[in-house]
Design a protein around this ligand. Structure first.
Ligand SMILES: [Fe+2]
Length: 273
């Protein structure tokens, strides 16, 4: 798959989920580490990073928009502009989403677009999530669900994700899930989502320079083995490029539920037979 990796490096990938801002959340601990992450990302062929600090997660202080912009400027200057960084956030499922949605150019929007990176708790899926997704869409925000393959409930019942995608959400899987950094459950769930055409983005969700690194090409190569080169490229280039420019997501495969559940669905014909 080295031809794919080389071509990705030439065309430059876009990473829509990265904890690159120094001293902001549990990501980069210093400006120096953020710069090292920029260099690692650039060497991997990443041209643009969306800075996505945790927001409304009950643990970290949600940074103000201006703070995010100031820190991006600092990191880009210190790293010589080897990657472009644009503002965003990883937004925990919370009531604040609806307050923020009313603010033009709110910090929850990825690069000021209509897209938002939405994080669920890791052990569960919020009740009535289908209705909430509808309400978020109605508020003018399109949710991209962050790393559904790492959610225990979705691992057990992946059709939950299919339902949310059918209702208009998108799915972003973590590069580390495809390269087995998060254990077998996340790995197998991520593979199934790619095989089923239910993943729309692969992002690094990078936190540091030495672990959870900002590397996309290795995961893209795994995805290409499962779903083909065209789909893999779309998840790290065409789709995230469209997202940060507030365009429609160009590559949306028809979901294959059989590939997701690992079993053939009963047709009515088979039922009555
Ligand atoms: Fe994250």
């Amino acid at each position: 798959m080295s031809v794919l990796v080389e071509s990705l490096k030439l065309a430059r990938m876009v990473d829509i989920h990265c904890h690159i801002l120094p001293e902001t959340d549990d990501g980069a601990v210093s400006l120096e580490e953020a710069v090292a992450m920029c260099r690692a990302a650039a060497a991997d062929g990443i041209g643009t990073i969306v800075a996505t600090p945790h927001m409304f997660d009950g643990v970290h202080t949600t940074p103000e928009k201006q703070t995010i912009i100031d820190k991006i400027k600092k990191v880009m200057e210190a790293s010589g502009g080897c990657v472009r960084i644009v503002p965003g956030g990883e937004v925990r499922y919370s009531y604040e989403i609806f307050q923020e949605a009313e603010i033009p150019d709110s910090r929850i929007r990825l690069n000021g677009t209509a897209y938002m990176l939405l994080e669920f708790p890791f052990q569960s899926v919020p009740p009535n999530i289908e209705m909430t997704i509808f309400q978020i869409l109605n508020a003018g925000i399109t949710p991209v669900i962050a790393h559904p393959e790492r959610n225990k409930r979705i691992q057990e019942r992946p059709t939950i994700l299919a339902d949310l995608v059918e209702r208009g959400a998108f799915a972003q899987i973590d590069a580390g899930s495809l390269t087995k950094s998060f254990g077998p459950e996340s790995y197998h769930a991520a593979k199934k989502m790619v095989a089923a055409g239910l993943a729309h983005f692969i992002a690094t969700d990078a936190h540091h320079r030495d672990r959870r690194r900002p590397i996309l090409s290795a995961a893209a190569a795994v995805a290409a083995d499962i779903g083909g080169v065209e789909y893999a490229r779309a998840m790290v280039q065409e789709n995230p490029e469209a997202l940060i420019n507030d365009r429609a997501i160009p590559y949306q495969p028809d979901p294959d539920i059989d590939a997701l559940t690992g079993k053939k669905q009963k047709s009515w014909y088979a039922f009555w037979k």
